[in-house]
Design a binder for this molecule. Structure first.
Ligand code: FE2
Length: 220
């Protein structure tokens, strides 16, 4: 698929407003808005250290939920890929339960969901996770927490939301983002015809140079 048609496919018309999802935002070189880390950043040892949150080491049983491949790139403001950076995601399981002692929801924990994963961007700045399509829990629209660790910089932390999810309009953290920037935190979860995966989603992180801490001044 050409670069252009991919971008066109990802332009969604919502009412009269043009909603741009993150790959297009990357093309337009807009910085990804940061968001709070929230109360559920993992503090307990991970069940398994990898980028597949749906299969815990030693188990043959997949996590409950709609298996989704989340991929994308980490880019600088000039669209250059940032290779070799650690990317983390964490989210609640299909029951709405975080693998965290502060989650006192009483919801049953899915023992087959890792809750947390990490990977390293490749030479194209690309990362890949297999996880579940995020689900709502009391007070929150579906979201995936994410952190990118630039070399020599502070971690960049944000939350990835589901494009077209009606609950987004009622989510305090999502609505706190200025309206024009909200599309930069949306990922399209596209249904795929694959026995192993229900959805694919793409989300690019565009980091500010000061956070990336990698750049020499431009010479003109
Ligand atoms: Fe959360």
């Amino acid at each position: 698929m050409s670069h252009h048609s991919r971008l066109r496919r990802r332009v969604v018309l919502g009412g009269s407003a043009l909603i741009l999802s993150s790959p297009l935002a990357a093309a337009l070189r807009a910085l990804t808005p940061g968001q709070t880390v929230g109360p559920f950043y993992p503090v307990t040892p991970p069940l398994h250290r990898d980028n597949d949150l749906t299969l815990v080491d030693g188990s043959k049983v997949r996590a409950a939920g709609q298996i989704s491949d989340l991929t994308g790139r980490v880019l600088d403001i000039d669209g250059r890929p940032l290779a070799g950076l650690r990317v983390e995601i964490w989210q609640c399981d299909a029951n709405g339960r975080y693998r965290h002692p502060r989650d006192r929801s009483g919801l049953e924990e899915d023992p087959n969901f890792q809750g947390f994963g990490h990977t390293i961007t490749d030479a194209d700045g690309r990362y890949r996770f297999r996880t579940i399509r995020p689900v709502p829990y009391p007070g929150r629209t579906p979201h995936i927490h994410a952190a990118v660790f630039p070399e020599g910089g502070r971690p960049f932390v944000t939350q990835i939301y589901v494009a077209g999810e009606p609950l987004n309009q009622h989510d305090g953290l999502f609505m706190r983002v200025p309206e024009a920037l909200r599309p930069l935190l949306l990922a399209d979860f596209v249904a795929v015809d694959d026995p192993a995966v229900a959805f694919t989603a793409e989300f690019d992180f565009v980091l500010a140079p000061v956070l990336a801490g990698l750049f020499e001044p431009h010479t003109v």
